[in-house]
Design a protein around this ligand. Structure first.
Ligand SMILES: Cc1cc2nc3c(=O)[nH]c(=O)nc-3n(C[C@H](O)[C@H](O)[C@H](O)COP(=O)(O)OP(=O)(O)OC[C@H]3O[C@@H](n4cnc5c(N)ncnc54)[C@H](O)[C@@H]3O)c2cc1C
Length: 310
């Protein structure tokens, strides 16, 4: 199949892009990495009148630390997060552990983090991390700039609080402190397909007690979600001796959090090869394992720091 006819604009500034998108007489789509849009246009599931190619706007490129946040410009490709050192601290570890689960290298070399927030697929790894960490989506439209909290941003598959005339200029993620351990585990059918389910976790531990827990669930509802009930069950819990293997005793707090996430937080939809019941079982197991890995990561960071200061 071929795309339906469309006009093509190549703005050089954010202002020019917003002007093109603000032409309300036409249905416009932003072209970033094109790794979702071009496929959808080819299948004619998306038929824009106008494609606004933002790849020639230097202001949208680059990522940098600003205060206690990482600001990721709208042209930063997925692959930029592959080196664990690209971003400081535990956030860098989380992003680099996660990114290798997104599609395959050619897609990662073009697709963008902001594009994932634009596409808003329930199985997007970045979007679940954004929700779990309270990221902010920066947008600019004809009425000016807005900062949209990721927690309220997703309304359903491909539906967000962003207005069609608004351009995502950046995604801002909070940096994670050194007492935080992180992990990401994904379950999928074949190597390069979307996740059946996946879990991101960040555990902040002070003196062996969990002070903060962030759990993001991928493809576990009609949008990326945070497992708040499971998180609440962990606050104030002692991490204690960590079980050695991936199998957790049923009464372990991480196993209990997994069951809570699967039954109280997740609202999975039936899909080919993974019905809702299957996904709930996978979520229960993966949440437990992801928390265990995050706790082990926090311990390893602590040991490395204490060894360094000795
Ligand atoms: C085979 C295959 C496997 C894939 N596997 C995964 C996977 O496992 N996990 C995953 O998360 N993704 C996966 N993807 C999608 C890929 O990660 C895309 O890169 C991502 O969804 C969108 O990023 P993009 O920059 O390519 O956006 P584009 O394709 O250019 O745009 C996607 C949508 O977002 C909008 N958009 C993009 N940028 C902006 C912006 N700055 N402001 C406003 N709107 C914007 C566009 O208008 C469009 O509607 C896969 C894609 C393919 C083809």
């Amino acid at each position: 199949m071929k795309p339906a006819p469309f006009d093509y604009a190549v703005p050089r500034t954010i202002a020019e892009a917003v002007e093109a998108l603000g032409d309300t007489g036409r249905k416009a789509q932003v072209l970033a990495g094109g790794q979702s849009l071009i496929l959808e246009m080819h299948l004619q599931r998306v038929r824009p009148d106008l494609v606004v190619d933002i790849n020639h706007i230097p202001e949208l490129d680059g990522m940098r630390v600003e205060g206690d946040e990482l600001r990721v410009g709208a042209l930063v490709r997925h692959a930029a997060f592959e080196p664990a050192t690209a971003v400081p601290g535990p956030l860098g570890t989380l992003l680099s552990k996660t990114v290798v689960n997104i599609a395959h290298p050619p897609i990662r070399s073009r697709g963008t983090m902001a594009g994932s927030f634009g596409w808003a697929h329930p199985a997007s790894e970045w979007c679940a991390i954004g929700v779990a960490l309270d990221a902010t989506v920066e947008v600019t439209g004809p009425d000016g700039a807005r900062a949209l909290p990721a927690g309220d941003y997703f309304l359903g598959p491909h539906r967000t609080t962003r207005r069609p005339q608004e351009l995502i200029t950046a995604v801002r993620l909070p940096l994670l402190g050194e007492n935080t351990g992180v992990s990401f585990i994904e379950h999928r059918r074949t190597h390069f397909t979307f996740a059946q389910v996946a879990v991101a976790a960040a555990l902040t531990v002070h003196d062996g007690v969990i002070a903060d827990a962030r759990i993001g669930l991928v493809n576990s509802a009609d949008r990326p979600i945070r497992a708040r009930a499971a998180e609440d069950s962990l606050i104030g819990t002692e991490t204690g001796p960590l079980p050695a293997g991936p199998r957790l005793p049923g009464e372990h707090p991480f196993a209990r959090a997994g069951r809570i996430a699967a039954t109280q937080d997740a609202a999975p939809l039936d899909q080919p090869y993974a019905d809702a019941e299957y996904k709930r079982q996978a979520i229960a197991v993966l949440v437990g394992r992801t928390l265990l890995e995050a706790a082990a990561d926090q311990r390893a960071r602590l040991t490395a720091r204490e060894g360094y200061h000795r």
